[in-house]
Design a protein around this ligand. Structure first.
Ligand code: MN
Length: 199
C-alpha cells in the first residue's frame, strides 16, 4: 500500500504565519487520516491504485456504498496535498497569474480583499479556492467540508483551508487574521505553474 507523501518542506518553514505545531498535526494527523480512510474506501473497487484526481473527477462512477467515504476522504487527501504545494514564504507575485489577477481585480490588494471576504463566508468547515472556470475565467469559490472543485469541472490554482484545525492553535476564533497571514505564504511560483497548466 502506498504511503502519504511527506510535507515538501520542514514543519517550521511557514513560521510565523503558520506555526510548527499546527503543521505537524495538520499533516501527520489530519491529512494522514484522510489518506488512510481514502485508501481503505477505494480498496477492492476499480479505482484502487488510481490517481486521486481521477477518482474525484469521476465520483459518479464510484460504487454508491463507498461514494461518500471516497468524496470526503479522497477530497481531504487531494486538497491537503494541493494546499502544501501552494504554500511557501517569500515568492513574488509575478508571471502570467499575476497578469490575469491584475486584469480581473485591478490590483493584488483588491484580489486579496475579495478572497478574504469570500473566505470569511464559509460557514462551518470548508475551503476557499481561486479556480479557472469553464469559461477560462478566474473565479473565487467556496466549497463545504471536503467537496472538491475538481468534481464540478473547475481547475483550482490556489486554496486556503478554513477548517478550524488549520488555524485554531495559533489564531483561535480569528479566521480573518489567519487569512491575512496566509497572503504572506502563497507560493506564486506554484500558482503560476498550476495556472499555466490550465491554459
Ligand atoms: Mn485541513
Amino acid at each position: 500500500m502506498s504511503e502519504l507523501e511527506k510535507l515538501p518542506y520542514s514543519y517550521n518553514s511557514l513560521e510565523p504565519f503558520i506555526d510548527e505545531e499546527t503543521m505537524k498535526i495538520h499533516h501527520d494527523k489530519h491529512h494522514q487520516a484522510y489518506f488512510d480512510k481514502f485508501m481503505n474506501a477505494i480498496q477492492g473497487t476499480e479505482f484502487e491504485g488510481k490517481d486521486v484526481m481521477d477518482v474525484l473527477q469521476n465520483l459518479n462512477k464510484v460504487p454508491e456504498s463507498v461514494r461518500t467515504a471516497v468524496k470526503n476522504n479522497g477530497g481531504g487527501h487531494y486538497h491537503h496535498s494541493f494546499f502544501w504545494k501552494i504554500l511557501q514564504k517569500d515568492t513574488s507575485f509575478s508571471g502570467p497569474v499575476a497578469d490575469a489577477i491584475t486584469r480581473k481585480w485591478g490590483t493584488l490588494d483588491a484580489f486579496k480583499e475579495e478572497f478574504k471576504t469570500i473566505a470569511l463566508r464559509v460557514f462551518g468547515s470548508g475551503w476557499t479556492w481561486l479556480v479557472v472556470n469553464d469559461k477560462n475565467e478566474l473565479e473565487i469559490v467556496n466549497t463545504s467540508n471536503q467537496d472538491s472543485p475538481i468534481s464540478v469541472g473547475k481547475k483550482p490554482i490556489l486554496a486556503i483551508d478554513v477548517w478550524e484545525h488549520a488555524y485554531y492553535l495559533k489564531y483561535q476564533n480569528k479566521r480573518a487574521d489567519y487569512i491575512t497571514a496566509f497572503f504572506n505564504i502563497i507560493n506564486w511560483n506554484a500558482v503560476n505553474e498550476l495556472y499555466q497548466s490550465t491554459q
